[in-house]
Design a protein around this ligand. Sequence first.
Ligand code: GTA
Length: 146
Amino acid sequence: MASLFKDPNKLSAYRDRRFPGTQEEFEEALQLSTTVYVGNMSFYTTEEQVYELFSRAGELKKIIMGLDKNTKTPCGFCFVLYYSREDAEDSVKYISGTILDDRPIRVDFDWGFQEGRQWGRGRSGGQVRDEYLIRRGGYGKLVQKE
Ligand code: GTA
């Protein structure tokens, strides 16, 4: 069977604007990396729960919880670092879309963790996407303040 990930351009729809390199270097990093990004997580999901779920795809090197840059509390994403590329691919194939704490999580290839990437980049401190989602307190929160 052909690999799901044969076309490197289709590895991820996400492009990190802060990646320090060219588009080609970004795509190459995505192909080689053993790191995945996990999105759409509950703010209440713990590192232990992430460990329990993601170690089903292979041995984990590290988990880095995504944090709100103001409150320093989890804000709905994390990075999972595997030792092997195959295990990272399996987590994208088999764990993405599964339900964790009542939410369908999204597992995406990532170019690699660097210090600073654990912080939400939104204006309010959390993730950018949440500023557009009323149910995550984004636009709704702004309206309440007015
Ligand atoms: N590998 O999908 C991802 C991903 N995302 C969404 C964030 N990160 C990701 N990494 C991978 N794949 O280290 C990483 C970032 C950073 C950390 C926090 O998580 O590299 P962030 O989410 O706070 O900020 O990042 P980011 O990623 O720089 O925000 P961006 O690219 O502007 O927007 C992300 C998503 O928000 C968009 O894909 C879209 O779904 C939504 N969004 C943005 N702007 C709008 C808008 N105007 N209207 C509606 N939705 C919007």
